[in-house]
Write a protein that binds this ligand. Structure first.
Ligand SMILES: [Zn+2]
Length: 237
């Protein structure tokens, strides 16, 4: 095992299957944006100009929270960013983990869901994993495109950020020499993916922080589902 893990709110597909579970991971909290203000700019690739991250958020950042577990989650995925609780923030800042530049306060207006908790809602903060240059190894990840129409891209359009990066992969393998020393980071050429290190996972578990799904990257699969199995696959070499 590589010692890297993907943070996600989706149930992951099982290796070797083509079925998309299309469901949130069980017992994890879900966010519904209510009043979100985003910045006008988003980070772009210095080579091709493609977006390499989401628009930033500015206060007020207001949400309703659907609670599905018996406790409030300390890490809630809101792809590609995350909301983390005060407990997570305190644990992280008391550790030597790296990779979070900003804990931006957000407001939870209301708690909904079948297991709505009457306890006070924790303070939550928006975070993003650092975009530090760590790259997905397309070839060793088994990345591929599927040609749906004549104009469908079949290879990455930028060798730095991927441009239209291959949507599907059989596993996540990191390009050698690209990983920095951050404990939470996004992949430069597949920037919707946020990974954490073993150290960050240990921090979460040792402090019994309730989290969205944490999957070993070897187990992470993205495929288009069985209905597309007859389309032509373009493997990224
Ligand atoms: Zn680019």
């Amino acid at each position: 095992m590589s010692g890297y893990y993907k943070l996600s709110y989706w149930e992951e597909q099982l290796p070797g299957t083509l079925e998309i579970p299309n469901a949130f991971a069980p017992n994890t909290d879900v966010l519904q944006p209510k009043h979100v203000v985003v910045t006008e700019d988003r980070p772009t690739c210095p080579k091709c100009g493609s977006p390499i991250g989401p628009f930033g958020h500015e206060p007020p950042d207001e949400y309703e929270l659907e609670q599905w577990g018996s406790i409030f989650d300390d890490i809630i995925a809101d792809s590609p960013g995350f909301l983390v609780s005060q407990r997570f923030k305190d644990c992280w800042l008391n550790s030597d983990c790296m990779g979070i530049d900003l804990f931006m306060p957000v407001t939870i207006l209301k708690v909904k869901g079948p297991k709505r908790n009457i306890k006070p809602v924790p303070n939550y903060y928006r975070i993003e994993g650092k975009l530090d240059g760590a790259m997905l190894d397309y070839k060793r990840s088994g990345s591929y495109y599927i040609k749906m129409t004549d104009s469908s891209p079949t290879k990455p359009t930028c060798d730095l950020c991927g441009g239209f990066a291959p949507p599907y992969y059989d596993r996540i393998v990191l390009q050698e020499g690209t990983v920095q020393n951050n404990d939470i980071f996004r992949l430069y050429n597949k920037n919707q993916i946020t990974l954490i290190t073993q150290k960050a996972k240990d921090l979460i578990e040792d402090n019994r922080l309730a989290s969205c799904r944490i999957m070993p990257i070897e187990m992470c699969v993205s495929n288009p589902g069985f209905i597309y199995k007859d389309y032509h696959h373009y493997i990224v070499e």
